[in-house]
Design a protein around this ligand. Structure first.
Ligand code: G3P
Ligand code: CA
Length: 309
């Protein structure tokens, strides 16, 4: 069978090895052969866009060790979730630059903790701009806007500054090696009015035929949770794949899925502890790209299945 070139996207960088959303993690993903890197963005107090998965800095930085920030520990309701922490929108970029990143998960290596800063989106662009894959392609950037409705309601809209940064870098075009992703369809529909940059709709729940058709009106890609493609039963055992990839392809949508991780705790028992088996299954189903915390593993499978690309 002919397999197309599937995009290997380093999820928050090579975040299985280094603290997520840092320049070090992004560089490692590129070194490992990723075609693209994924980063999440949130704004600072003055609206600078920075690479963090959520606006609470507690779990991925050393902010709790800064006595001068103790009085900014606060409780907020974000999308009806009560969260206590230190939030990016309460700190200037200069303050956030004094922090150091740390590994989120206790089951992963901690040896690179407190070495790397929180990067701005511009710094991530500067890192990838002049790099190429081994096949000579530009490194792709998948930029996920986080909590965009929340930030708009507190006076920190993200869509306009994002498009401005992309324009400043010559990336505000349909063929730029960029995609903007979001779970929030209203944000993507707004971006559809502002930019030609490819848009990708993230989905965690089941997508009906009419929802898919609606997504195809403003997005070029769909990024469903992997269990919408290969479901599991209540004990975590694999069930037969759905037709979601084919259905989306019929509407002209590319399909990327998340998140692929090597640890046994993230693998269905049928893969017998072998993460390569999971990539193989999804790539053979026709997926256009995978978001992977371990891009080296993903690249090895993709290159084995399709060595010429
Ligand atoms: O961007 C794809 C995937 O990253 C979405 O989930 O929670 O890892 O941002 P999350
Ligand atoms: Ca993400």
């Amino acid at each position: 069978m002919t397999l197309k070139h599937a995009m290997i996207i380093g999820h928050r960088g090579a975040s299985g090895y280094l603290p997520e959303n840092t320049l070090a993690a992004f560089s490692l993903a590129i070194e490992m052969g990723a075609d693209a890197i994924e980063l999440d963005i949130v704004p600072t107090k003055e609206g600078e866009l920075i690479a963090r998965h959520e606006n609470d800095l507690t779990h991925t930085t050393n902010i709790s060790q800064f006595p001068e920030f103790t009085d900014r520990l606060t409780a907020k309701s974000i999308y009806c979730q009560e969260i206590t922490g230190w939030f990016t929108e309460d700190f200037t970029l200069a303050e956030i630059k004094t922090l150091k990143a740390k590994e989120r998960h206790s089951f992963r290596q901690q040896s690179a903790n407190y070495l790397h800063q929180v990067p701005t989106l511009q710094e991530v662009i500067d890192l990838v701009k002049h790099q190429r894959t081994s096949a000579g392609r530009a490194i792709g950037l998948y930029i996920e806007i986080k909590h965009s409705t929340y930030f708009r309601t507190i006076g920190l809209p993200m869509e306009e500054p994002l498009v401005e940064i992309l324009s400043r870098n010559g990336y505000n075009t349909a063929d730029a090696p960029i995609a903007i992703e979001s779970f929030e369809s209203e944000s993507l529909k707004h971006l559809h009015q502002l930019t030609q940059v490819p848009l990708v709709q993230l989905r965690q729940d089941l997508t009906s035929a009419s929802e898919l058709a609606n997504i195809a009106e403003y997005a070029v890609g769909l990024a469903p949770y992997k269990r919408l493609i290969v479901p599991t039963d209540e004990r975590g055992h694999l069930l037969a794949p759905t037709s979601l990839i084919q259905d989306a392809h019929q509407l002209g949508l590319k399909v990327y899925s998340w998140t692929f991780r090597n640890e046994n705790m993230h693998l269905a028992p049928e893969y017998q502890g072998n993460p390569q088996a999971e990539y193989e299954q999804f790539l053979l189903l026709g997926l256009d790209g995978v978001f992977s915390d371990f891009p080296d593993t993903a690249v090895s499978v993709r290159d084995r299945l399709h060595p010429s690309q």
